[in-house]
Design a protein around this ligand. Structure first.
Ligand code: HAM
Length: 414
C-alpha cells in the first residue's frame, strides 16, 4: 500500500481529470460507492473459485459478527447499488466510480495490495454497439493522455451454456495431458478449468497452446455479437489482436472480454480490462439486465504518463511573498489575499527569519517570482518583485498594481 507524495500526486490529478473529461464526453455519470461490502457479494459475483475470492480478499468480522470485505474491485458493488436503488430495471445507465481497491496479492512492480481503479459500467444495452463504444472511449482516453503504445486484446467467452459445453471438451483435453500440468494448473483443472488457459508458467505454454479454442465453440448469437464488435472497431480504425486464451480472472463475464496492455510495464502489463457480464445483475438478485464495463488501473497508467509542463506548473505557486520587514506579517497576509483575489497562486512566508532563508524557501517553492515586503516597501506601499528564474533586475511596484503587473509578466513569458 503506497503513499502518494506531492510531486507524484500531480500526475494522478492530471490522469484523473483527463479520465473524467473523456467519460463526460460519452455521457457517463459518477456514482460513489462504499469501500466495504458484505463478503458474500464478492463470492457470488467474482466467483468462489477465483484467486481473488480464494486468496486475496481482506475479510474481517465486524462487531456484529458479520463478514465484511474491503472491495477487491468495483463492479460487484456497482451492481449491488444499482439493484438496491432501482437504477437498473428497464433502464439505461452509464456509470463510473473511482477509488481504492484491495487485493492481498504478492506485491511487485505494478501490483499492489491497495491500488486504484476508475471503473465504468454500462447497464441496459445488450447489443455489440456499447461494447465497441467502451473500447472507442478507451482509445480516445489513450489519445488524450498521450499514451500511444497500448495493445488491445479481444476475445469472446460466449454464453454460460456454450462455455459449459466447451468446458467439458477442455477438461477432457487437460486430463489427457495431466502429467504435464503444474500444481497450480491441476488445482485449477479441478475447480475452474478455464483458468488453466490463463496460466503464466512458461513450461505450461505448449499445453495451453494445444487446447481447444473457446472461439470455435461460440453459440451463434455470441458469434454474431462478437462480429458486431469487431466490425465497429474495424470501421473506427481501432486495432486489436484476437486472443482466444484471454479468460479474465473474474467469473462474471459473458461474450466480449478485452484487455489493453503495455510492453513497458513488465509482468503486470494490463492497464485496463473489462467486458460484458449479462448474467450478473440477475445473479445478484435484480431483474435480468445486460451490462458491460471496464476498469482502469491508475498506478499502471500513471507509470506510462508524462505530465505536460503547463499542467505540472500549476501545482506550484506563481508568487512567493517574502516578509523581511520588521512588522510585515499582517500587511503581508493581507497583500497575499489581494493578490489571490486577482487570480494568482501565492505562497505567503510565515514564521519570520532572515531574507536569505526566506529567498531559499521562495526558490524551493517553485514560484516564478519572489515579492519582498521590507520596511522600506511597507512605508511606501510598494513591493519589490524579484524574478527567481531569470537575471531580470528587481523592480519596485505599487501594491495596488502588483497583481496586474505580475499577471502581465507571467503571460508575457508563457
Ligand atoms: P481486473 O482485470 O481485475 O478487472 O482489474 C482491472 C485493472 O485494475 C487491471 O487491468 C489493472 O490495471 C488494475 N489492477 C488489478 N489488480 C491490481 C493490483 N493488485 N495492483 C495494481 N493494479 C491492479 C476488474 O477489476 C473488473 N471489475 C473490471 C470490469 C469493470 N469489468 C467490467 N466492468
Amino acid at each position: 500500500m503506497n503513499d502518494l507524495l506531492p510531486g507524484a500526486v500531480e500526475r494522478w490529478q492530471h490522469l484523473e481529470a483527463t479520465v473524467h473529461r473523456v467519460l463526460a464526453a460519452y455521457g457517463y455519470r459518477e456514482i460513489r460507492l462504499p469501500i466495504v461490502e458484505k463478503t458474500e457479494l464478492f463470492a457470488r459475483s467474482i466467483g468462489t473459485h477465483t484467486d481473488i475470492v480464494e486468496k486475496e480478499m481482506y475479510t474481517f468480522e465486524d462487531r456484529n459478527h458479520e463478514s465484511l470485505t474491503l472491495r477487491p474491485e468495483g463492479t460487484a458493488g456497482c451492481v449491488r447499488a444499482g439493484i438496491e436503488n432501482g437504477l437498473l430495471h428497464n433502464q439505461v445507465q452509464r456509470l463510473w466510480y473511482g477509488g481504492p481497491m484491495f487485493r492481498h496479492e504478492r506485491p511487485q512492480k505494478g501490483r499492489y495490495r491497495q491500488f486504484h481503479q476508475i471503473g465504468v459500467e454500462a447497464f441496459g444495452m445488450e447489443g455489440p454497439d456499447v461494447d465497441a463504444e467502451l473500447i472507442l472511449m478507451n482509445a480516445r482516453l489513450w489519445r488524450a493522455l498521450g499514451i500511444d503504445e497500448l495493445v488491445l486484446q479481444l476475445n469472446s467467452l460466449g454464453t454460460p451454456q456454450a462455455r459449459a459445453a466447451y468446458r467439458e471438451q477442455l477438461v477432457r483435453y487437460l486430463e489427457s495431458r495431466r502429467d504435464e500440468l503444474d500444481e497450480d494448473s491441476r488445482q485449477r483443472l479441478a475447480k475452474n478449468p478455464l483458468r488453466v488457459l490463463d496460466g503464466k508458467n512458461p513450461a505450461m505454454q505448449e499445453v495451453i497452446a494445444g487446447a481447444p479454442s473457446l472461439l470455435d465453440h461460440l453459440d451463434e448469437a455470441s458469434r454474431r455479437h462478437f462480429e458486431g464488435v469487431r466490425a465497429t472497431l474495424d470501421a473506427a480504425g481501432v486495432r486489436y489482436a484476437i486472443n482466444p486464451r484471454l479468460v479474465r480472472g473474474l467469473d462474471y463475464y459473458t461474450r466480449t472480454v478485452f484487455e489493453w496492455t503495455s510492453e513497458r510495464l513488465g509482468a503486470q502489463s494490463a492497464v485496463c480490462a473489462g467486458g460484458r457480464y449479462d448474467g450478473l445483475v440477475e445473479q445478484l438478485g435484480g431483474k435480468s439486465a445486460p451490462a458491460a464495463g471496464f476498469a482502469l488501473g491508475l498506478e499502471r497508467l500513471a507509470e506510462l504518463l508524462s505530465v505536460p509542463a503547463a499542467v505540472a506548473a500549476e501545482a506550484s505557486p506563481q508568487v512567493y511573498l517574502a516578509l523581511p520587514g520588521s512588522d510585515a506579517e499582517r500587511p503581508g497576509l493581507l497583500l497575499a489575499e489581494r493578490l489571490r483575489d486577482g487570480g494568482l497562486r501565492v505562497e505567503c512566508h510565515c514564521g519570520g527569519g532572515g531574507l536569505k532563508a526566506q529567498l531559499k524557501r521562495a526558490d524551493r517553492s517553485g514560484a516564478r517570482f519572489a515579492l519582498l515586503l521590507g520596511d522600506e516597501e511597507l512605508a511606501k506601499h510598494c513591493v519589490a518583485v524579484k524574478d527567481l528564474r531569470t537575471d531580470a533586475p528587481q523592480h519596485l511596484v505599487a501594491q495596488d498594481a502588483a497583481a496586474d503587473y505580475l499577471k502581465q509578466r507571467l503571460s508575457a513569458s508563457a
